[in-house]
Design a protein around this ligand. Structure first.
Ligand SMILES: [Zn+2]
Length: 381
């Protein structure tokens, strides 16, 4: 099998042909989901699996709040390399600032939803006390520069309906294990409750503005300055949230090339995006054009991918062919060993291979943060 199928190859070339050109060879690594919970522990993983929650065919079952060690190992890999500017490769992690407060919800007997900020979540976990320290340290050393993914990584309305109104036994089992993420139980496919800012009804939208304001405030509290970049969790957000994003400091937004976003009440609108596009609020758009998810398994549409490193290199080379920056998507799950050590071993090993190959193939490469690339593209406007 070719590295990219004929169709993928054609599509990758076509989509890279649009947008602002940069003659420098720039690579940005964007990584979603940091700060959010998923599977709380190995015990939770096994118990939920036993209960019949669908986890086994989805590598995200091994995703969990990043531990001290997860962050240390990732930083160490990055520090082993240098780009043409003499600096190490850098990650832009998109972070959630809060999680559901399971205890508080239980204490009201499921009558009220409550969330807790990340400093409270960390305190419930055994090897995670340095998480915020590493977020700050990562930024200071320009290795791991946190940006915003939202408040919680769940759509409160949809999650709450399953838990508190339908009292779905599968979802309640996950709740007992302080976990989220299972997609199915007992033949019932759950709606996308991870798409935090993806409304069903127009009437929800004011609440989504509020969620983003909370997220911005917490980010500032932890990082000491406002966030400047944003990517929505899991599903598209309505366009009017751009005003609140602007208000909380966001100047750079990562978007799907072909974005179908909700207007609410079952209506949708389509837009095309390209790197360097400027929206109505003067914010600059980035588009991901390479994908590196080496721990992925069990997903039928990715079954043909045998080598994520070769595939990602090919995608980067297409981006460079069209004089575009390469923006790689690589989710947190690839670097997490708390549930399954082999998962992190594989992710870290493959990241090492990827970084080595990029630097060898393009010695002039510059690794950048999303914020730096956003500014560069903005200045070309
Ligand atoms: Zn996400």
């Amino acid at each position: 099998m070719n590295i990219l199928t004929f169709k993928e190859n054609f599509r990758t070339h076509l989509s890279n042909s649009f947008g602002k050109t940069l003659r420098r060879k720039i690579v940005v690594i964007e990584s979603d989901d940091w700060g959010s919970i998923r599977t709380a522990s190995k015990e939770a993983y096994q118990a939920m699996l036993q209960f019949g929650l669908k986890l086994e065919t989805n590598h995200y079952g091994f995703d969990s709040l990043e531990s001290n060690e997860d962050l240390e190992l990732l930083f160490n890999v990055l520090l082993d390399f240098k780009d043409a500017t003499g600096r190490p490769p850098v990650f832009t992690p998109f972070c959630n600032m809060a999680n559901p407060d399971f205890e508080a919800i239980e204490s009201t007997n499921f009558s009220d939803y409550a969330f807790e900020s990340i400093d409270k979540t960390i305190a419930r976990y055994p090897n995670h006390d340095k998480l915020l320290h590493y977020w700050q340290e990562g930024e200071r050393r320009r290795l791991f520069c946190p940006q915003l993914h939202g408040r919680e990584h769940i759509h409160v309305g949809r999650w709450w309906k399953l838990i508190a109104q339908e009292k779905d036994d599968g979802m309640l089992e996950a709740f007992r294990w302080r976990s989220v993420g299972a997609s199915r139980w007992n033949g019932k496919e759950y709606p996308n409750y991870l798409g935090a800012l993806h409304p069903e009804k127009k009437s929800e939208i004011p609440g989504l503005h509020k969620m983003l304001e909370d997220a911005g405030r917490l980010y500032e509290q932890y990082m000491g300055h406002k966030p400047t970049c944003f990517v929505a969790p899991n599903a598209e957000e309505p366009a009017e949230l751009e005003t609140t994003l602007k208000k909380i400091g966001v100047e750079t937004i990562t978007r799907a090339k072909r974005r179908i976003y909700p207007l609410g009440d079952g209506q949708f609108k389509k837009e095309w995006n390209w790197p360097g596009k400027i929206n109505a609020h003067g914010q600059v758009i980035l588009v991901r054009n390479a994908f590196f998810e080496p721990v992925c398994f069990g997903e039928p549409d990715k079954a043909h991918i045998t080598d994520w490193v070769d595939r990602c290199l090919k995608q980067i080379s297409i981006a460079f062919f069209w004089n575009k920056p390469a923006v790689i998507s690589s989710h947190r799950v690839n670097y997490i060993g708390f549930i399954e050590l082999k998962n992190r071993d594989k992710g870290i090993r493959e990241l090492r291979r990827l970084l080595k190959a990029i630097i060898k193939k393009w010695p002039e490469v510059e690794f950048m943060t999303s914020a730096e690339l956003g500014e560069l593209l903005m200045n070309k406007a």
